[in-house]
Ligand binder design. Structure first.
Ligand SMILES: Cc1cc2nc3c(=O)[nH]c(=O)nc-3n(C[C@H](O)[C@H](O)[C@H](O)COP(=O)(O)OP(=O)(O)OC[C@H]3O[C@@H](n4cnc5c(N)ncnc54)[C@H](O)[C@@H]3O)c2cc1C
Length: 455
C-alpha cells in the first residue's frame, strides 16, 4: 500500500494550501481531487464570478457618465469578451495543469480520483488503498443545492457552473434564489441586457444580512430593471431547450430562456467517509474543534465545516491545520469576525453579528447608522452611492460586535471594521481616531456618534 504522512482529500483553496505547504516542509503528501485542483473558487466561483461582476460594473459606470462627465456614446456590451477572459485568463479552459504542477514541484504527489476515508489512517481512491501515517485532511467543499421542484430535472437548468462556462447569454433568465450568488450573477448579466427575474422564497434578498441592505438592494435592482419576487417559491418548472416556464406557488408563472438555480450549497461529510471516524452519517457539516480537528488525526476545513462558505475561511483554517500538523503554536480558530462581501453594485460587506443575530444571542446591543448619501463623499459620488454604514455595539463591553457597509467599495471599507470587531477595539478608541476627508469610511465616525446617541 502506498504510504504518506498526510493525505488531503479535496484540493479546494484550503486543501491545496495545506498540501503544498506541508510538501514544501518535507512531509510525504498525497493530494486527491476528482475535479480540478484549486476547487470551486478559481474555476466556477469567486474569480470568474468577479470577472463577470467587474464587467457588469464597467458597463454600469459607463452608463453613468451622462450627468457626471459628459456623454459616452453608445455602450455596446459583448459577453464574448467576458467569456474569453474567464476561459483564457482565469481558468485555462477549465484545466488545472498549472495548479497540479505547482503542487508536484513542491514535492507532493497528486492522484485524480474520488477519495474516501475507510478507517483510521486509511483512504480509498477509486478502489486503490492508501495509508496516512500522520493524518488526513478533508477539504471536500460544497456543491450547488438543487431544490426538489417538480419538472426541474427535465429542463436544462444552470447552476453557477453553467453560467460561468456560458459562451453566450440567454435573452432572459429566471434566477431561483436571492442569496449572494443569485444577486451577484443576476445583476452582472442583467447589465449585459439579459432580462432577469429573481425568485426568492424568503421575505427578502440576502436574508442573512441586515434588512436595510436587502431593502436597498431590491430598490437598486428594480431601478435597473431586474424583477424581484420575494415570498414566493417555484413549485413547477416545464419546458426545454427553447425556454422554461416557472410556476410560482402564488399561482402566477414566469417564462424565460434559461433558469439559474442559486438556492444555496450542500455539504456531505458522509460522502467522504467521515462516518468511518465517528461522524454521524446524517451530519450536514464536519464537526471540528478549535484546531479544525474532527479526531486526533483527521482535520476538516472549508465549506464542509459550516463556518462560512468563503475562500478566506478555507485559507484561514488551512493555516491552523498546517500549524497543528507541524506542532507549532498559534491562536485557536475564532469565527467572531468572519468578513463577508456580496459583490453587487453597490457592494454589501459585513462582519460579525447583525443586529438581529446579536439580539437572538441575548446581547442588548445598540446600533449606529450613517446613510452614505449623507456623507460628503457619498454626495460627491452621486449616482451609485446607495448605501449606509451600520454598526452593532455591545455597550456592556464597549466594543463593536458587528458592522455592515453598503456602498461603492464596501468590501474595502469593511477592512477597518473587521479590525475593530476582530481586535475588540474599544468604541472610545474608534471615536478618537482621525478619519480622512472626504472618504466613504469617514462615515464610520458619524455612525459611531449615532451609536452614542442610542446608548
Ligand atoms: C458563484 C460563486 C461565487 C463565489 N464567490 C466567492 C467570493 O467572492 N468570495 C469567497 O470568499 N467565496 C466565494 N465563493 C465560495 C468559494 O468558492 C468557496 O468557499 C471556496 O471555494 C472554498 O471552498 P472549499 O475550500 O471548501 O472547497 P471547494 O472549493 O469546494 O473545493 C473542494 C474540492 O474537493 C474536491 N472533492 C470533493 N469531494 C471529493 C472526494 N471525495 N475526493 C476527491 N476530491 C473531492 C472537489 O472536486 C473540489 O475540487 C463563491 C462560490 C460560488 C459558487
Amino acid at each position: 500500500m502506498d504510504t504518506f504522512d498526510i493525505i488531503v482529500i479535496g484540493m479546494g483553496p484550503g486543501g491545496e494550501h495545506v498540501a503544498g505547504t506541508l510538501a514544501e516542509r518535507g512531509l510525504r503528501v498525497l493530494g486527491v481531487d476528482h475535479g480540478l485542483v484549486g476547487g470551486e473558487c478559481p474555476y466556477w466561483g469567486c474569480i470568474p464570478s468577479k470577472m463577470m461582476v467587474r464587467a457588469g460594473d464597467v458597463l454600469a459606470e459607463a452608463r453613468r457618465v451622462d450627468g457626471l462627465a459628459g456623454a459616452v456614446g453608445d455602450v455596446r456590451p459583448d459577453w464574448s469578451v467576458v467569456a474569453r477572459r474567464i476561459r483564457d485568463e482565469a481558468t485555462d479552459d477549465w484545466n488545472d495543469r498549472a495548479a497540479v504542477e505547482r503542487f508536484t514541484k513542491k514535492g507532493g504527489t497528486f492522484v485524480r480520483g474520488t477519495g474516501r476515508i475507510v478507517g483510521a489512517g486509511r483512504v480509498d481512491v477509486d478502489g486503490k488503498p492508501y495509508a496516512a501515517e500522520r493524518g488526513i485532511v478533508v477539504n471536500a467543499g460544497s456543491r450547488a443545492a438543487i431544490p426538489p421542484i417538480e419538472g426541474l430535472d427535465a429542463v436544462p437548468y444552470w447552476t453557477n457552473r453553467g453560467l460561468i462556462e456560458a459562451k453566450e447569454l440567454p435573452g432572459s433568465l429566471v434566477v431561483l434564489g436571492g442569496g449572494a450568488i443569485g444577486c451577484e450573477l443576476g445583476q452582472a448579466v442583467a447589465r449585459f441586457g439579459v432580462d432577469v427575474t429573481i425568485v426568492e422564497s424568503g421575505p427578502r434578498l440576502l436574508s442573512a444580512e441586515e434588512p436595510e441592505a436587502s431593502e436597498k438592494l431590491a430598490v437598486v435592482f428594480e431601478r435597473e430593471g431586474i424583477e424581484v419576487c420575494t415570498g414566493v417559491a417555484a413549485s413547477r418548472v416545464s419546458g426545454g431547450d427553447g425556454g422554461v416556464e416557472v410556476t410560482l406557488d402564488d399561482g402566477t408563472s414566469l417564462s424565460a430562456e434559461r433558469i439559474l438555480v442559486a438556492t444555496g450549497r450542500v455539504t456531505d461529510p458522509g460522502a467522504v467517509g467521515l462516518g468511518s471516524v465517528g461522524v454521524p452519517e446524517d451530519a450536514r457539516v464536519a464537526p471540528i474543534d478549535e484546531r479544525c480537528r474532527v479526531t486526533s488525526n483527521v482535520w476538516a476545513i472549508g465549506d464542509l465545516t459550516g463556518k462560512g462558505a468563503f475562500t478566506h475561511v478555507s485559507m484561514y483554517q488551512a493555516g491552523i491545520v498546517i500549524r497543528d500538523v507541524l506542532g507549532q503554536d498559534g491562536p485557536a480558530a475564532d469565527y467572531a469576525a468572519v468578513p463577508r462581501v456580496t459583490f453587487t453594485d453597490p457592494e454589501i460587506g459585513a462582519v460579525g453579528l447583525t443586529q438581529a443575530k446579536a439580539r437572538d444571542g441575548g446581547l442588548e446591543v445598540t446600533v449606529g447608522v450613517t446613510p452614505l448619501g449623507e456623507t460628503t463623499r457619498g454626495w460627491i459620488h452621486g449616482v451609485g452611492e446607495d448605501g449606509f454604514i451600520k454598526l452593532v455595539a455591545d455597550p456592556a463591553r464597549g466594543v463593536l460586535v458587528g458592522a455592515t457597509v453598503m456602498g461603492p467599495y464596501a468590501g474595502e471599507i469593511l477592512g477597518a471594521l473587521a479590525v475593530a470587531v476582530h481586535a475588540k477595539v474599544p468604541v472610545e478608541t474608534l471615536s478618537s481616531m482621525i478619519y480622512a476627508y472626504p472618504t466613504f469610511h469617514r462615515g464610520i465616525e458619524t455612525a459611531l456618534a449615532d451609536l452614542k446617541g442610542h446608548a
